[in-house]
Design a protein around this ligand. Structure first.
Ligand code: SF4
Length: 310
């Protein structure tokens, strides 16, 4: 998921359209930059890891049990317990990262246990039971993995912070969201949730660029990338040098301004679009919007795609 990017795109302090946001979206998919510049409102997909961190940051005093009660899902407490136990057994027996995510360990709540509970699942988990299970997994298991790997205590303070990313040149800074964990001994961890392959070098660079001023202030701030699937934590090793990062942003910003805007992700298959917030615009039912194909061809032949009639 790239929920951090969608959050930056819609953050009020970032004027819209923002050239750096457009550049980042272009790097993700040129058509996404087109939609953004055309004024479309992004509809980010449900992101269980992001939801868990948001909920924990907003109300750290609330435990999972209380959350379930508020959502009308207390009836699933035993299922949650069974799931947690099954993950512990799987992990004890299979020493690979997150064995519970392997197809042979896929956990589902029996249909009879779901009876009467679809409405809260619709309201809080985008209608998908898989989202519920993943939310539980991140809350109970992955979060602990992150804290262990990052050598943080199990109850650090957590908040979302928007830090300015300065792209250099004439481009204004973009305020970008990160998760900041702090402890009583003043140790801080600035983190980004990132699965491998999701705009990796660029998002590693965003993290590196954001943490640099904190280092300059001599705070003990570490920058870590949190893997939402395996729970592993790593340094942003793929970060570009500041010079290269800024050069990439400038190039992508130029492309975002002038096009072309081919749906490159769709060309890899629909699953490549699953973290996009504009799928409702690119797909009609299950098919790629035919106008999008026509538009892409048009753009290659003529001038500014934003002037074409989509
Ligand atoms: S739905 Fe796919 S093709 Fe369309 S903008 Fe998003 S990533 Fe690109």
């Amino acid at each position: 998921m790239i929920t951090d990017l969608w959050t930056a795109v819609t953050y009020n302090a970032n004027h819209r359209p923002h050239p750096v946001a457009a550049a980042l979206l272009y790097a993700f998919c040129p058509t996404a930059a087109y939609w953004y510049l055309a004024g479309a409102v992004p509809t980010p997909p449900f992101d269980p890891a992001w939801q868990v961190l948001s909920h924990r940051a907003q109300a750290p005093e609330k435990g999972l049990k209380q959350r379930l009660a508020e959502w009308g899902l207390s009836a699933l407490e035993m299922d949650v317990y069974h799931y947690f136990s099954s993950v512990k057994i799987a992990r004890n027996n299979h020493p690979v990262p997150a064995p519970e995510t392997l197809p042979i360990f896929r956990y589902t709540i029996p249909p009879e246990r779901r009876f009467g509970l679809q409405n809260p699942i619709n309201d809080h988990f985008a209608g998908k039971w898989d989202n519920f299970i993943e939310y539980i997994r991140v809350w109970l298991i992955v979060s602990r993995d992150w804290l262990n790997y990052a050598q943080l205590p199990q109850t650090p303070n957590l908040k979302q912070v928007f830090l300015p990313i300065s792209p250099g040149g004439n481009l204004p800074p973009l305020h970008y969201p990160f998760w900041l964990w702090t402890t009583d001994d003043q140790t801080s961890v600035l983190s980004l949730i990132l699965s491998p392959g999701e705009l990796e070098p660029i998002r590693h660079s965003l993290l590196e660029e954001a943490v640099r001023p904190l280092f300059l202030k001599k705070q003990q701030t570490h920058a870590y990338v949190f893997n939402p699937t395996t729970g592993q934590v790593s340094s942003p090793l793929m970060a570009l040098s500041t010079e290269t990062f800024r050069s990439w942003i400038a190039d992508f910003a130029l492309l975002a301004r002038n096009g072309p805007y081919p749906p490159l992700r769709a060309a890899q298959g629909r699953s490549a679009c699953q973290s996009c917030a504009f799928t409702h615009l690119c797909y009609l039912d299950k098919e790629l919007n035919p106008q999008l194909n026509a538009f892409t061809t048009l753009r290659h032949k003529s001038g500014n795609a934003r002037q074409t009639d989509l």
